[in-house]
Design a protein around this ligand. Structure first.
Ligand SMILES: [Zn+2]
Length: 218
């Protein structure tokens, strides 16, 4: 059995393990919709000028393979779990309006988890102001938690991104982001739930302990 500190340092992968283990470990914080963030990169992205009809703002048309997802719900269950806007974005690959969503201007320190399954996806430390009106990140917490699919809809070639655990559509990733990755994950707030840092750290600690206890029994 690994010491707790070592387990906690592997928080990202542990979270996926936790999801795989049992719904008991899914992040269960109450929805927190607030806003603040750190303006590190004020240069507006290329799609900022076109508002909701920009590359970020168009819905996607890719086919997401749901056969190997860790979290499954029927369509009726998703409709009951999610708000109508969340359902439209996450399950129908829709989009939300720029500047009129929960997190585009959120400057608080914390972690953004998938609103559908609780998997940690993005960290506020990798969030930047893209000028697009959507929350933008230059890195994902762990590439294993996100899958990409090439999207040729609307005469463009975009890279759609979705949650690897529940298949929820998140947004797109572009290659005009800031250093050090040069990536810009343009994500719908509707697909995310913000968890303040202290709350997230406490959850990681608790989850690590629970996962270690399960592992010790096998
Ligand atoms: Zn998910």
């Amino acid at each position: 059995m690994l010491p707790l500190s070592k387990l906690a340092s592997r928080a990202g992968r542990l979270a996926l393990l936790a999801v795989a283990l049992s719904p008991l470990f899914l992040f269960a914080a109450s929805p927190v919709m607030n806003s603040k963030d750190s303006p590190k990169n004020p240069a507006p992205a290329a799609c900022a000028t076109d508002g909701p009809l920009s590359a970020c703002g168009l819905p996607s048309k890719v086919v997401i393979d749901m056969s190997h997802r860790k979290v499954h719900h029927t369509d009726a269950e998703w409709r009951a779990i999610l708000t109508p806007q969340q359902y439209s974005v996450m399950r129908e690959q829709g989009t939300e309006p720029p500047f009129r969503n929960a997190y585009w201007d959120n400057h608080q320190d914390g972690v953004y988890v998938c609103a559908g399954c609780g998997t940690p996806l993005f960290d506020s430390r990798q969030k930047f102001d893209s000028g697009t009106g959507w929350p933008s990140f230059w890195q994902v917490i762990d590439p294993a938690f996100i899958e990409e699919q090439t999207d040729h809809s609307y005469g463009m070639t975009r890279v759609e991104v979705h949650c690897a655990v529940c298949g929820a559509h998140l947004g797109h990733v572009f290659d005009d982001g800031p250093d050090p990755t040069g990536l810009r994950y343009c994500i719908n707030s509707a697909s995310l739930k913000f968890i303040p840092r202290a709350e997230y750290d406490a959850w990681v600690k608790k989850t690590a302990a629970a996962a270690a206890a399960v592992a010790a029994k096998h």
